[in-house]
Design a protein around this ligand. Sequence first.
Ligand SMILES: [Zn+2]
Length: 539
Amino acid sequence: MNQYKWNTSETLRELLCELVSWDSQTLTDGERTFSSKLKMKLEQLRYFQEHPQQLTLHDAGLGRSTLTALYRHPDAVETVVLISHFDTVQTEEYGVLEPLAYHPEELTKKLHEFKHELPLAARVDLESGDYLFGRGTMDMKMGLALHMQLIEKASIEQWPINLLLTAVPDEEVNSAGMRAAVKALVRLRDEYRLTYKLFLNSEPSFSQGPTDTKEYIYSGTIGKIMPAALFYGKETHVGEPLKGMTANYIASFLTQRMEWNEKFRETDLGESTPLPVSLQQKDLKFQYSTQTPYRAAALYNVFLFKRTAADVMDVFEEVAREAMTACNESYQAICEREQVKGIGEVRVLRYEQLLAHAEDKLGAAEVDRLRAQVLAHDEWDDREKSLRIVDDLMIQCQELAPAAVLLYAPPYYPAVNSSHDPFIQEAVRLVQETARSFDISLEQIHYFNGICDLSYVNYDDSANGWTSFERNTPVWGETYSIPFEEMGELKAPVLNVGPFGKDAHQKTERLHVESAFKEMPVLLETLIQKLFCKKIDVA
Ligand SMILES: [Zn+2]
């Protein structure tokens, strides 16, 4: 019995607290060093001492890496990929308790002294003793700890299945870790002749409202894409407002029509995508002056179920055309009232059209030079770079102004859904049945609404709608890319089963102790054993 390191509730809880204590906020040193610490931890298992080559780090950019750990049974080809992310969001909101954010046991104790400052629901949960608080407990180091427990158990008991633990950085920002993992998964599949049968993520089960204590299993994940626009008007002095057109004026028409626009709502299997909102709208003036702002940008968030990047760009263009028609009409009326000629009509074009025009006019080499100049600004993120590339091209192509140029800004998470897969239906039934033995009602949700890395597997897009993303994303192939072709090769259904928790990304993030340390280990083991290891008897 002693050969197991993480097979009891107590040892699993200690493992979780250790993983949490390796503070690994996205884009910090902790995120960079986490995967090597995790590798050392897994090297403690005898299986990986005997098979060190099956424990691998894969470069994920910016000094970060994805870790894969492969347990292989000599007679098995069927493989379950266990996906988790190890980065966490920031901790400023903990205030004076911030030093304890990554120490769940201490934090949970200390919180009793501050409980009057907690929202009621969190205070009740704290007093119940049923929850462990801390950054990353729920989202999602517990999922990783559960996968480590599974791989340990499978390797000691020699389950007749292959398990490929895949732990990635950067899920909370750009998913660079998972996008790097996709290529590694294709390589490992070929190298070890694996057949992927299931992509199992263990993101936590999110409550659907403040009083919701139901637990969920997810047979897909929602997608997210960010249409953006660069508005180019005409500069003038504030004393002569009718000689120009501010970009803010143009932008206001589109933003007005994008927010809550039901044309972007998708409904599938009784679920609906949340409506779009703007994430940013700003002019591109670097400092105050009495010159009017004639360049502005806006960024919108759109959720997806079935639509591809091409579908969304079509809807976005339709909305932008309506918006600019309204803008032009309103501007025309003002010109008539003021008896001026005006500066002309605002046109709508896609980034790919602007690019073609610029290459025609300036030559491909000059366009490349302009792009490279923007890309050299390391202090700008991918969104800023995207907008600045369009801005620079428009400055060189002012004959197109006034204009609204439509583009995509990273990141893009395609939606994926396996609800119709008979294997997943069986898996859901099985997990629900096992949950019932714990007196838990586990409900199925078709699209995980928290955004997760499952977006990058089992990609299905026969119409190649992704090429619209490629053509309209200015930083594509430079600082951002998505391995769509490899994603299409990773054909296996997806499922998310994880522990119950509340308030991810808040200072009251907490994990349900029973769910995490008692129920989930049984649920996950039963799922794997019953679906894949029917040949052996479980002791
Ligand atoms: Zn997460």
